[in-house]
Design a protein. Sequence first.
Length: 136
Amino acid sequence: MSGGSISDRRSSGRATVLLTATIGGLGEPAKVIVRNLSAQGALVEGAGLGPDASGLIFGSNGISTSGAIVWARNGRSGVRFDEEVNYRDGFRSIPAPDRRSRPRSIRPGLKSKPLSHGERLLMERWATSGLTALGD
């Protein structure tokens, strides 16, 4: 690699994501995890992806394009797309969280209510049995 770091050569924004994708054209299609995505490429995790693999097809959440793996290291690979894609299309099938709904607590509420006659007798018996056991 020549001239500057990878981040210096990037010409478009990148979105940090956690999506699945399929990369075909390398024999058996490989399932990968997409860690970030841009108009020109993606960072993917997956076994058996080596550098210089060209002629592959990348598909994830409505995005389908051809490209090449340009680097591979420690189970991660950089995919460069042959044509720019609208990577935000990949987010359309992910529903936005509903900010109005709140989780309903399943814990019972603590309420103060008077003891019944039977509960009072049970408590008195329990309290006095402890005193007689101590010898008072």
